[in-house]
Design a protein around this ligand. Structure first.
Ligand SMILES: [Zn+2]
Length: 672
């Protein structure tokens, strides 16, 4: 919803493996024995799965992750329905979950209401008279979670990670990224034409005449293109300093005479503050110009569009389907809208995730699992410590700092110790869209209230049922929600080799983020501080550059190479994650005899398990979208890329020199 963790790096917005949630570890039917491990390990380990797996019609891609995510949604539905069936809910959280879910499932009410529940917001936009009014309305919409124009929130100060700093940041685009406004190939040109047609269709659904909607959609495209032109690229955004420009209010007033920041912050009802982070000066110069020069009617069309776009998924079918047609079908290739209950459960999770999450942890996360998870994390941490102590390319002073950072790393597992207090948020039986709106307003207010206060390091950025994990450099923490401790990532009944290959690899991945191209620039306390000696920094950068080169050489389509710069942090974490998890397994096994199970040694089972986590099938549109916007490489490359660098893998599968899965020694990258 509202912006969170600017540098949060996750395991996978899209990733993925195993076909079922059965107790069995990996299924030999997932293999393709016609492919040799040494030629293409991804297709050897996952080829059978890839061949027999159909992407469900309501999906843009499908992976084992998604099998688990779907099963998890079923669990959440049970919790929602149980809460709804109870007449006297036992907690305030259950009442909110129950009413939110019931309002979402009331398709008849949504149909009858159309967009009328939001009419009071459209009336506000209609009543604007001046650029000052537009700026005030932007503050209002930001407070409803709508990223129109730019976003205003707060984030730990990069140079004082204990304090929350107010922050304004580039935003305001409807397409997935600024580059979508400028690519000159035919596909991209068509997408822009269709985007304008989509905006026009949506405005007509609101009741505008075709002529008015057409003019409005063209104005929106023009304004968004202006903002996109001044926006940093995804690769530029990887540099934390590129988004850090702290200044005080009087300096800001002098630099942007056309932008009345004080009026904006007052309208946003932000607490008083002296200085803030104006993340992207070039963007705000362009925004300031646009505010002064763009006709009021164009701004009104833009604000109507941005607001409607944010809330269309919660309105009647006409809006929901039109929104799906462009953002689901055309952009990702999905064939069908997800069933209503899945959309509703995901919305409840997204809006009041800690109310639903509290029920989820109580019902679906065993205390033994937490204990086992903590042990796995401790083992992987010990393996990384061992590596840091022995890295030949890192000098003594840098090593000491790196070890201190690892020892300070905070680990969070399952869910928060203290659940979020939603008592000031009123949720009732409908309309659904207003429950979403009130939740977004609650979250925006909650964020702004933090400004100027010490950072609450106990907070979570993901809800407990989430099947994912993250590292936050500004807190030096790794976080694993309860949802991820299930197959295909973890099963207490699997042998260690399989658990280390799957969840162990994920743990190693997140830990290594503290030392990737972004994470390494933050110290143990989460401050942006350069703790590297010049020599060690040069050696690290040479290794990172080699990873960039390796991944830039992969192609998703003949006309679309991977973006090695954009994906370098995740690729470094994947390489480090699998290597460290393997080292943890070897430490555990020690000198014990290596007993084969199902014909495979523990080392082989480790790598098969690790590959199984990446099996995924994409629709072409979704693969293109992923490569153009996502910092994670597609699964095939997340598997073969790191493993082709690992002598441990070559040894486990007897990969001969010269084989595709064994890079020549001179090209191999070894970082952590
Ligand atoms: Zn990651």
């Amino acid at each position: 919803m509202v912006n969170s963790g600017m540098f949060k790096t996750t395991l996978a917005a899209v990733a993925c493996a195993l076909a079922t949630l059965a107790r069995a570890d990996f299924d030999p039917a997932n293999f393709d024995r016609a492919v040799k491990p040494q030629d293409d390990f991804y297709r050897f380990a996952d080829g059978g799965w890839i061949k027999r797996t159909e992407i469900p019609p309501d999906r843009a891609l499908w992976a084992a992750f998604d099998v688990l995510r779907d099963a998890n949604l079923e669990n959440l539905r049970v919790l929602c329905e149980r809460a709804t069936a109870q007449n006297d809910q036992s907690s305030a959280g259950e009442q909110k979950v129950s009413d939110f879910y019931a309002s979402g499932m009331d398709a008849g009410a949504a149909e009858a209401a159309g967009a009328t529940p939001l009419q009071f917001e459209f009336d506000r936009i209609e009543a604007l008279h001046s650029p000052a009014d537009v700026l005030a309305e932007l503050a209002h919409l930001n407070g409803l979670g709508v990223p129109a124009g730019f976003i205003f929130g707060c984030s730990p100060d990069l140079h004082d990670s204990n304090m929350e700093l107010a922050e304004v940041d580039q935003a305001g685009l409807g397409l997935p990224d600024r580059d979508y406004y400028f690519r000159s190939d035919e596909k991209s040109k068509k997408l822009r034409v269709d985007y304008v047609a989509h905006i026009s269709r949506m405005l007509q659904l609101l009741g505008e005449s075709p002529e008015m909607a057409q003019a409005g959609s063209e104005a929106v495209m023009k304004l968004e293109t202006t903002l996109a032109q001044a926006s940093l690229t995804l690769v530029q955004l990887r540099d934390p300093l590129a988004s850090y420009h702290k200044l005080n209010l009087s300096e800001a007033a002098a630099i942007y005479p056309g932008l009345n920041w004080r009026a904006y912050f007052a309208k946003a009802e932000a607490p008083a503050f002296v200085s803030f982070n104006l993340a992207h000066p070039v963007f705000f110069r362009a925004f300031s110009d646009a505010l002064a020069r763009t006709p009021l009617a164009d701004w009104q069309a833009y604000l109507r569009w941005q607001f409607l776009h944010a809330y269309a998924p919660y309105l009647s079918e006409g809006f929901v389907n039109a929104n799906f047609q462009f953002f689901g079908a055309e952009l990702t290739g999905a064939k069908k809208l997800k069933p209503r209950w899945k959309r509703v459960v995901a919305t409840v999770d997204g809006c009041i995730g800690e109310a639903l999450g509290e029920l989820y942890v109580a019902n679906f996360f065993a205390p033994e699992t937490k204990g086992r998870a903590l042990k796995l994390v401790a083992d992987v941490r010990a393996a990384l410590r061992d590596r840091l102590e022995h890295l030949e390319w890192m000098d003594g002073p840098t090593r000491a700092q790196a070890l201190a950072k690892l020892d300070t790393l905070v680990v969070k597992i399952g869910g928060p110790d203290h659940w979020r207090d939603y008592s000031s948020l009123i949720i009732n039986r409908g309309p659904f869209v207003l429950n979403v709106l009130k939740s977004n307003a609650f979250e925006a207010r909650r964020q702004l209230k933090k400004i100027g206060w010490p950072v609450d390091r106990s907070e979570w950025d993901m809800s407990p049922p989430t099947v994912n994990a993250y590292y936050r450099p500004d807190r030096n923490e790794i976080v694993f929600p309860a949802g991820v401790f299930q197959p295909p990532f973890f099963n207490p009944q699997w042998d260690d080799a399989v658990n280390y290959g799957a969840i162990g690899q994920v743990i190693g991945h997140e830990m290594t983020h503290g030392f990737d191209d972004q994470g390494r620039r933050f110290d143990a306390q989460g401050n942006l501080t350069d703790w590297w000696t010049a020599e060690s920094a040069v050696r690290f950068k040479a290794r990172a550059a080699a990873i960039v080169k390796q991944f830039s050489a992969y192609r998703a389509f003949p006309d679309l190479p991977l973006n090695g710069e954009l994906t370098q942090g995740e690729n470094i974490a994947d390489l480090g994650g699998v290597k460290i998890a393997y080292a943890a397994l070897e430490r555990d096994l020690g000198s014990a005899p290596r007993e084969s199970i199902g014909g495979y040694t523990p080392e082989q089972r480790f790598f098969i398990s690790s590959a199984s986590v990446w099996a995924v099938r994409f629709r072409p549109e979704a693969l293109r979208l992923q490569v153009q916007t996502n910092p994670h490489a597609p699964g095939e490359f997340r598997c073969n890329g790191p493993l082709s660098n690992l002598p441990e893998f070559a040894a486990a599968f007897h990969v001969p020199e010269g084989a595709p899965m064994r890079r020549p020694a001179a090209e191999r990258v070894d970082i952590w």
